[in-house]
Design a protein around this ligand. Sequence first.
Ligand code: BES
Ligand code: MN
Ligand code: ZN
Length: 535
Amino acid sequence: MVDPTHFTIDTMTGRLVLPEVIAADGTVETTPLITADHCDTVVLAIQPPAGDDSVRPTPGATAASLRYGVDLADAAERCHAKGKAGECNVVSLPRVHGRRNASVPWDGLARRIILLGIGEGTESDIRTAGAALWRHIDSDERTVIDLGPRTAPEIFASFAGGLFLGAYRPKRVTKTAAETSSSPQIVMLSGRHRLDSLTDALGAAQTVATGTWLARDLANTPSNIKTPQWFAAQCEAIAAAEGLDITVHDESWLADRGFGATLAVAGGSANPPRFVVISHEPVTAGDGARHVVIVGKGITYDSGGLCLKPRTAMVPMKTDMAGAATAVATALVARRLNLPDRITVVVPVAENAISGSAYRPGDVLTTFSGATVEVTNTDAEGRLILAEALSWAVAELEPDLVIDIATLTGASRMALGDRHGVLYSNDDETAADLEQAASRAHEYLWRMPLVDSYRAGLESSLADIRQTAASQWGAGSIMAALFLEHFAPKTSWAHLDIAGAARAEKPRADTAAGATGYGVGLLAQYLLLSAGREQ
Ligand code: BES
Ligand code: MN
Ligand code: ZN
């Protein structure tokens, strides 16, 4: 049996670290870094044809052709390269053999060249290229990259961001500890840009990617290990390592304060619930510093409870705490980037299990705010724990803004698929800022409406509010959002339903199959964008 107390996530033990990417001055034209002494593989960018039928080498690739004395555009054509973002073609130049004193023009230079397609060179194309490149570099290789046309800091950051995200592999639970794998050395050439601004951009990209890796590690951990206590213990370890304040409340604290819904959801499980509060206090809090609260859904396993899920729907439900993982990882990023706003992360953590003590459809629960809820479906557990976390945050923390993030409804996945989170907000400015941050972070959002007339669907004849609308009502994601809104009164509030975006069924260029860590990049970008803004 795996002993949960001895299982820690890789991002905390430091056993699996992000690949090291550094920026160095120069271009392929003259740099000594692409000689065989320093380098095994040179990566050059190519683009789709402008008009005729040959690919477009970028200025870097053209300069490399001159230095190597070979026509790389011709080599690209022979590989049938198209230059589209993420396409990789490897050109291996041979060594001289036989005749003494014979030489080739590429003598002394790295002999492995990767022609990497960067499409139109947009930030999104560059990110895709970075993610795709990872599969073509070996762990013990020294790689030098020249991105050619635009090596601006944003381009550097997008490329490295893609590379880091593409490099993640989920941890396996195995009999023997995995070997420490060596990590390739990756150098990006600065071209004509200033090295310090590129180094800063790389550092920020690495911090955000570390957060995403952490969120993935937490969400990919199996639920027999990931009990609410285990999750809270990981939060404590993270907070201690990062210098964040943390309080972990237990089931008796919840009982004393009347968290009737959270205790009901947790009631069917042998593993008691936890309520974790992590805070980032900026080193120098300016007068304009806001207090932003991020609430994350922390269901460590969602069986559906008495309204049991079918087997196939249940298998992926270890990732039903992805919202909590993202919230916690965002606290880490906020700390490391020393963001100027006060940020408090609130995560209710519980397992939705089934037993004689499980809550039932038909129960009426009294929540923390005093409002009563008529339970109609024990599989709609997320909104219950979030409702109490929201009303607790509003009552206790005096937030300027509350953002909740949750794998809340299958309906949101049906509506937008697995690349877009669904956004709801009672505040247009916050919604617009979140949308802008989402597109910059390439973690997309689409805003949906809080339809006023649909509120009638939550009217209850037995309690203050129904947990879900009648089954023929429809609009499952909107109804969940309307339920939550009820518990964040008179507060700027945004709700992110990430049931689709939090998981990838199949591997993609920028993520392995499983948890995606969606939301860390987006929330970090949002907090950077709106930093220090007075309300
Ligand atoms: N955790 C699920 C939502 C979910 C579904 C996440 C698919 C990821 C992938 C949530 O707790 C749930 O079961 N929601 C129900 C709500 C319904 C009972 C009103 C759903 O979506 O079916
Ligand atoms: Mn559920
Ligand atoms: Zn759930």
